[in-house]
Design a protein. Sequence first.
Length: 197
Amino acid sequence: MKSSEVIQVLRGAIAATREAGVEHVSIGDLEAFATRLAETAARTPEDVAAGEAAMEAYRAELSAWVSARQQRHEYNLEMLRSVITVGQSALKSALLINGGAAAALLAFIGSVWSSSNAAAALPSISAAMIYYVHGVLSAAVAAGATYFSQAGYGGEFGKLSVSIGRVGHVFAILGVLISYILFGCGSWLAFVGVTGG
């Protein structure tokens, strides 16, 4: 802050106080004013006008704010990409494990059919096959719900877009979870059918 500006601020404060009708100023008030003036002067370098320093400080704060917003935006984009990637992996694995289990069980039924234990094993193995097929169906429904979720969040359904996006999101998650549960139930029934116990 230039020394001429310090003098202008001091004269302006004296004039404003006189216009307010104050004839005497306490030492405490004068010390507080001097402290505030010193803080203002300390924030601006010598030979630089206070207005210029304030403008540079504003520009620096604005630049920091823009940078922080850009970083937050990039972080949100990366999080969205990672959520989409993980969701796709969950859908693929739900389809793969249930479909693979159903195919393997079909091959296994062929070998059990000719054995002497076929009558005891087939009811559990058939029930396991139903679970696996429903697991594939649940994963396929989850994939369809993912489409509705993305379309909803993308605003393709007008005023109901966000609601449809949320409902699709919930159905996609539930579809994958149900698919995993069905795989577990089917695997347990297949185990019971094979071991006879």
